[in-house]
Design a protein around this ligand. Structure first.
Ligand code: ATP
Ligand code: MG
Length: 515
């Protein structure tokens, strides 16, 4: 298994690293936090105003209060509206930006990871990381942060209002604090464990869908529907059970917290109605105090669920960071290489794949002189493709050395080395786009149209391309689905020939590429 299953780094370390991603959007974070502050203060002012509202308006009928309190209320909620808008927009801005940056970072990493990494990583995981995990991270950064800050402020402000109204009654409130903390920490640990499993379950589902969609013809011919459906049903079932476990944990913790809070409320009512306090307390003071307590309850409730959100985000972020921390392909060579003479020599090369336990190649020595053609012939599984994949350094030999023009492969710059090689693999790979895009792919993008046609002619592809209504600009479909197998192969060959063609600068007429 990969790093993911290793004991995770501490949640705090991960969170700090995530916050670093939010760093560039500090302005929006500040805006949001200021909004939260005003939001909480306005709510505090409102619960405080319950006291003069009852005592001055209805008991004392104070004309000043009668005149100004309604205005005060409108002003208060106007302020609160502006504050909560600033909060929501600021947090969304930060959260979405972080998702974009993480997606870009992970995708970029995918372009740099070695072939062996792709061998062992399930493709569903690879996709789910960008689609699903990144979203979870957004929640941790934005939603959870919002709840954590806003509701903590809310609780603080409300406690302030309560202490202001009656310090001795507020003391009773603190009965529930240690209990809440206990429930919180137990729940948090459970969440983290389950969310990690939910993530791999999502990856598993994605992978199965891919497989069944890619292989839809095979599935029908070999009557594999039953097997695919059963396997899929089991996977989504596992997914459901995991999610339910999280829901149960979350629901139970919420209920528990509320019971604790209600007990504290009961204790306050009991205390307030003892004779010694009953005389000093106005109904306004009592209402304001209870009001503050009631406003505080949903905040406390959300503070318990924020743990789940945050843990989900952190589990997802752990997974993303593990990929970002996976070393890229080794590219330490310094030597530039413009155009090779083409003298390729293998000196006692062996290869043992990380995943395999026996040698795929053992002590191979071979010399391919410049200007000659070398064909490798052998049984299936004898190591021909493996040998070839060593030349662009998709894998490193376990022993021995390969030289090109008498220089070891790893001494060249990787990009320069690969620029010398054209590849038509056993599995033809075409990319979404037009035929021209596929022949002039990557560094070839932008070559003259005539050169593309030339290559297509040399690969015997021109005859069918010419007959297509859109010619070179015809779309190939996803993975080349709109073309025949032979047509796909010919395009791959044209691509290889175009790369091989000696021309001074592949970008010499980039204007012509595509409209
Ligand atoms: N990525 C990989 N990870 C682990 N083992 C591999 C990998 N690729 C190939 N192998 C193993 O290495 C051996 C050689 O495989 P290779 O693909 O080089 O054979 P080949 O000669 O190209 O066969 P074919 O003619 O069928 O294409 C096989 O036993 C195969 O199981
Ligand atoms: Mg092969």
């Amino acid at each position: 298994m990969t790093e993911r299953s290793a004991e995770p780094v501490s949640a705090w370390t991960t969170y700090r690293r995530l916050l670093a991603y939010a760093g560039p959007y500090g302005g929006f974070t500040a805006l949001a936090v200021i909004g939260m502050l005003f939001d909480a203060l306005a709510s505090g002012a409102f619960t405080w105003s319950l006291q003069p509202m009852l005592d001055d308006l209805f008991e004392a009928r104070d004309p000043f209060a009668i005149r100004w309190l309604p205005m005060f209320l409108v002003g208060l909620f106007l302020l609160r509206g502006i504050a909560s808008f600033a909060t929501d927009y600021g947090m969304a801005r930060v959260g979405r930006s972080v998702v974009r940056d993480l997606r870009n970072a992970v995708f970029q990493r995918y372009q740099a990871l070695p072939a062996s990494w792709f061998d062992r990583e399930p493709s569903g995981q690879i996709i789910a990381r960008i689609t699903y995990s990144a979203e979870q991270v957004a929640q941790a950064v934005a939603d959870a942060l919002k709840v954590a800050v806003l509701d903590s402020l809310m609780v603080l402000v409300m406690i302030g209002v309560m202490i202001y109204q009656s310090a001795s009654l507020t003391l009773y409130l603190f009965i529930m604090m240690p209990l809440t903390g206990l429930v919180w920490s137990v729940v948090g640990r459970r969440f983290r464990r389950y969310n990690r499993r939910i993530q791999s379950a999502v990856g598993e589902v994605t992978g199965m869908v891919e497989e069944a969609v890619d292989g839809h013809r095979e599935v029908r011919i070999y009557a594999g529907q039953e097997r695919e459906t059963t396997r899929f049903r089991e996977a989504v079932e596992r997914n459901l059970r995991l999610n339910l476990t999280v829901a149960i944990t979350s629901g139970l913790s919420t209920a528990l917290i509320q019971v604790v809070a209600a007990s504290a409320l009961a204790a306050i009512v009991w205390r307030a109605t003892r004779p010694d306090l009953l005389d000093t307390m106005t109904s306004g003071t009592f209402m304001s105090l209870i009001g503050a307590m009631l406003v505080m309850l949903p905040s406390l409730k959300r503070l318990t669920t924020v743990q789940a959100m945050m843990q989900r985000g952190i589990a997802a972020a752990d997974d993303l960071f593990a990929v970002l921390d996976t070393p890229a392909e080794c590219d330490s060579g310094q030597r530039p290489l413009l155009r090779t003479r083409g003298e390729l020599v293998l000196h006692g090369v062996s290869l043992r794949y990380e995943a395999g336990d026996s040698f795929a190649l053992r002590d191979i020595s071979l010399r391919c002189p410049p200007g000659s053609v070398t064909a490798l012939v052998g049984r299936s599984g004898s190591g021909k493709s493996s040998l070839v994949s060593l030349v662009p350094r998709f894998y490193e030999p376990s022993a021995g050395e390969i030289t090109l023009d008498d220089v070891a492969l790893q001494d060249y710059r990787l990009a320069d080395l690969r620029a010398q090689i054209a590849l038509v693999s056993q599995r033809v790979v075409l990319f979404a786009g037009s035929i021209a895009d596929n022949i002039a792919f990557g560094s070839l993008h932008g070559v003259a149209r005539e050169a593309i046609i030339e290559a297509a002619k040399a690969a015997n592809a021109w005859e069918f391309i010419e007959r297509l209504p859109q010619g070179l600009d015809s779309p190939v479909g996803e993975g080349g689905a709109l073309l025949s197998g032979g047509q796909r192969q010919r395009i791959a060959i044209a691509r290889a020939l175009l790369k091989n063609a000696p021309y001074p600068d592949p970008r010499r007429s980039h204007q012509r590429a595509r409209q």
